[in-house]
Structure formats: C-alpha cells, structure tokens
Write a protein that binds this ligand. Sequence first.
Ligand code: AMP
Ligand code: MG
Length: 396
Amino acid sequence: MSVVSHVLKARWALLLVACGPTPAPTPAPTATPTATPTANADPVAPEPPPPPVRKDGTIYAEAYQMGTRFSINLWVGEQSPAAAGVAIEAALAEIERIEQIMSEWRPSSELSQLNNAAGQASRLLSPELFEVLQRSKMICDATDGAFDPTFYGVGQLWHFEPGAVPPTREAVAAKLSLVDWRAIELDPNTLRGRLARPGMKVGLGAIAKGYGVDRASQVLKEHGFMHHIVEGGGDTYVSGTKAGAPWRVGIQRPDGPGSIAAIPASDRAIVTSGGYQRFIEVDGKRYAHIIDPRTGWPLDESSSAQSITVLADDATDADAYATAVAVMGPEKGLAYVEAHPPLEAVIVTRSGEVLVSRDLAPLLIWPSDAPPVGDAAAKQPAAPAPDPAATPFSPR
Ligand code: AMP
Ligand code: MG
C-alpha cells in the first residue's frame, strides 16, 4: 500500500469514529511484497463499509488538518453513501495536498522554498500557489494593503502561544521594510514567481484555509455531490441545499459556545476571523494574532473587533477579506464591505455591539434565547424582531 493511501485510510477511520457508534472499519490488509509485481499481484482490498447516513439525509465527517478541525456535511439524497464516502476522502486528501504546498511552517512546502529563495531568480510555481498568490495580490490592492501576506517578514517575529514574549520595537522596525505585497512578482505567462527583496517572507495563514475549503468543495462537486458544507476553523463554504432548502450556518459567539445568529445560505462562503482565539499580552495590553502591515504590530485588542464574519462568493475571498476587515477596524471595515458587493459582514465590536451590513441584516435569524455578547446587554434585543427587516442590529 502506498503512503498516500495509508494516510487516507487512517483519515477514513477517524471520519467513521467521528460519525458516531458505527463499528470501526476492518483494517485494510497489507499487500504482500513481491519481487516481480504483475497486474494481479495486489490483493483487492475489501470495500470499506459505507459511512452512516443520519436521519436528515446527511453524512458528517471531520478531520484535523491545517492545524485546525475540518468538517464536511454532505446531503446524500438518492446517491450512494459509499460513493459519498469516497468523495469525502478525496476532499480531505485535497486539503492535505494544499497544506503541503502552502504552509509557511512546513520547511518542505513549496511556499517555504519560495520564501527561502527571496531575492533570487524566479521559480516555476504550482498552478495552486500561483493562483493563491495572484488572488492575494488582488486583495492586497483592493484593501490598500490591510490584507498583505508579506506581513510574515515581520510576523515571523511574533508568537502567540501562552508564555510567548514579544519582539523588541527595534527588531520589528528593522523588518518592516520587508512588508510590501508589490514585491511579490508573478508572471502569468510562465507561471514563474519570486519575492523580490532578500529576506522577505510570505505567510498564507489568512487565505490558504479558505482556499482549501474551496478546493474540497470543488472535489465533492467533481464526484457529483453538489449539496454540502465544508468548514475548517471558522471558514465555511455552503454548496447547494439540504433537501431543497438553504443550509443554515451559525455565526459563532466570540465569547463562548453557541451562535449569535444564523445565516441561511446557498453557494456562498461565510468566514469568521477573530483575535479571541490567539493573543499575547505586552505591558498589560492584549494583542491579537492579526498584524497591521503598516506597523508590524498586532492589532490592539481594545480597539479591534471581537470577531468579524465576512460573506463572499468563495471562501478564499471571504477568508482574506475577513482579515483585511479586522485590520481596518469595525467602522471602516463595515463601510468597506458595504461599498464592495458581494461582500457582507457581521462584526462584533469590543463592547459587544453587533454590526451587520445592510443587505445581510434582513436575512439573519436571531435566536430567541441567546445572551448578549460581552457588556452590550442594553444594545441587544431579548427576542428576535418579528419583521427581520426591522431588526435593531442593522448597521445604522
Ligand atoms: P484569519 O484567522 O483568517 O484572520 O488569519 C489570521 C492569520 O493570518 C494569522 O495567524 C497570520 O498567519 C495571518 N495574518 C496576520 N495578519 C495578516 C495580515 N495583515 N494580512 C495577511 N495575513 C495576515
Ligand atoms: Mg482570513
């Protein structure tokens, strides 16, 4: 058995465990090594049992990838559960493939090789890395550099694990000149690219997860499964419907379990970004893990949003724009989203106020019993408004 198929079987086992009390699959037999393999030498592995279909007609699977939990919720309809299992396996394998290309933390990744060759001659890039870098540059331009993957030239100095110490101001200032998305040079005719300044580095932590979600959704579609949700660490793509009705995606509360509200969605991406997951304290001040590319410093927690949820046509865009809106801050970020359809946003401010972009507000479904976020009790309604268009959460 090849390494790749071994990895996939392991994931499939994990996936079945995640699905509930179904017996674990029989381990696939190990192929007997032969000196002269022939077409019939490998015994055919028995078909794994099909994944269980839940009462609502969906199959659920999850796996740990890109440093976070990914899940797939797929509506099977009249199709075969076994075929759905194969599709899910392929989708998870695709996420793994993307991580191998785009992780700046894996020394062997294609991105690390590009980073190590900064200042040197251009290199031939994979179509996937080329595409993500090209889309990154477009979003850098569109957000005036609020989103900028070259933040990593200085961002590599910052660590947000518990107990991590901040870099000195001098160290940050010394690396700031490495932050400039215009120095990512790409040639669409040859698919070659380079980082023009020696020492500069690209980090795709704000976009690669969204791209992985989009790719996984694409793979499910290529297998004929048009109706599904792919989610990874807050990045969600919703495809098609569930038995003809839009899927519902909850917006996670930044201050605990549960949802602020739900969004009915179909063929849309919904991505939440928030400093509440990772932060560091410097001189009594908290800083979240998103870096302001203009200063090389993380966002000041006291003035930045608690969480930003952005809707876009795909998860790649939504992921990158969510980070950009975080850098812009709640007011400017909301104004930006409203000026750039098809983007929509739900922003939870530091005080717990929930800002919703104009066209999204009428669509949100508010829970009747959710406690207010943070200390914004006075600003939140006790129950959902009967007419959603009249919701007090609309931005102005
Ligand atoms: P997200 O959770 O999608 O907002 O992504 C946060 C991650 O994006 C961070 O952990 C960094 O890896 C990366 N990042 C931080 N600041 C920026 C920025 N200004 N532009 C692009 N990527 C960033
Ligand atoms: Mg992002």
